[in-house]
Design a binder for this molecule. Structure first.
Ligand code: TXA
Ligand code: MG
Length: 299
């Protein structure tokens, strides 16, 4: 197998029902043809993901999106404002969408990713690409081709599109109820969504990716607003520590997963991460950090 297919080879693999890691602006996805049930099952098997977790369908800007989901006026308005981009819409599904994609739900998650290679791939495939993040279940999402190579030990072909520019997963908005709801914070913040569709409510649908322990490094992670003080305290107790300092939020988001991976490999006893200011994109960063820190929860 060629570990780094070019776009033509990647397209041929996807048409043959194989799984290929694809670049997006958020994180890399583990993709398969969304019309091929065997390809979707291969994604689940590769990722080690429990059945019943729905996957997002990625679409080309030119696709007929309405073949996949039912778009209300609010859905149209959000798509118009943010696609291509880091926003996933949960919509009532169209009849032809596979149960393997929706986990048997009546809804489907749709997104038009903002990456030129993947847009070309989608257009030439003439179908959607089902793709969860290209990491093993519960682990840190990959933002470079190298992360995927490490994660799957060279067993998954990768369409290398360079480092992901956003760095954390898309914002997810549920539009299956009267009032739209935020299921997962992301690069596009709540206020930007609300400026288009009005106040967001709380969803009754749990987003499965919101398992408390998610995006987790192996090393224990402590969140602290006073990282240096905590370092001194822990080092006095004889424990080795590495610190992730907060920085400008878009840079923090972009670097977050690569930094957590790098720090995880240092072999220290404890990682300390400093939360971002809790506004705008900072919410999404802190959401991921707190999930990464809760490895002792039952999920
Ligand atoms: O940025 C992203 O969204 C990345 C890139 C690859 O596009 N994808 C991603 O996929 O993060 P994944 O599978 O790791 O997370 C998608 C989340 C999961 O929590 C999934 O349960 C939820 O979206 N989801 C997908 N379809 C859904 C549906 N019909 N109803 C509720 N939640 C859904
Ligand atoms: Mg994921």
């Amino acid at each position: 197998m060629n570990l780094f297919p070019d776009i033509h080879e990647a397209l041929a693999l996807l048409k043959a029902g194989e799984v290929v890691a694809i670049p997006t602006e958020t994180v890399y996805g583990l993709a398969g043809d969304a019309r091929n049930p065997l390809a979707i099952r291969r994604i689940y098997a590769t990722k080690g993901r429990p059945a019943g977790h729905p996957v997002i369908v990625h679409l080309a800007m030119e696709s007929n999106w309405e073949e996949w989901g039912v778009f209300s006026d609010k859905a149209h308005a959000l798509a118009k404002a943010f696609w291509p981009g880091p926003l996933t819409l949960i919509l009532p599904r169209q009849a032809g969408v596979l149960d393997e994609i929706t986990g048997g739900r009546e809804s489907v998650g749709l997104r038009v990713p903002d990456h030129p290679l993947t847009q070309t791939l989608l257009r030439d495939l003439g179908s959607g690409l089902a793709a969860p993040s290209a990491n093993r279940f519960g682990r840190i999402s990959p933002t470079t081709a190298e992360h995927i190579q490490q994660e799957f030990e060279g067993l998954v072909p990768i369409l290398d599109g360079g480092p992901a520019l956003v760095g954390i997963e898309s914002t997810i908005v549920d539009l299956t109820h009267e009032q739209p709801a935020l299921l997962r914070p992301g690069f596009i913040d709540k206020e930007s969504i609300e400026s288009i569709v009005g106040p967001l409510g709380h969803s009754s649908t749990p987003a499965p990716g919101t398992l408390k322990s998610h995006y987790a490094p192996m090393t224990s992670l402590l969140l602290s607003h006073t990282p240096e003080e905590d370092r001194l305290r822990l080092e006095k107790e004889g424990r080795s520590v590495a610190i992730l300092k907060a920085k400008k939020t878009d840079q923090y988001a972009r670097d977050l997963y690569a930094e957590l991976r790098r720090m995880d490999a240092l072999g220290v006893d404890i990682l300390i991460a400093e939360p971002a200011p809790n506004i705008g994109l900072g919410h999404a960063i802190n959401d991921r950090l707190s999930r990464a820190a809760s490895k002792f929860s039952i999920d």
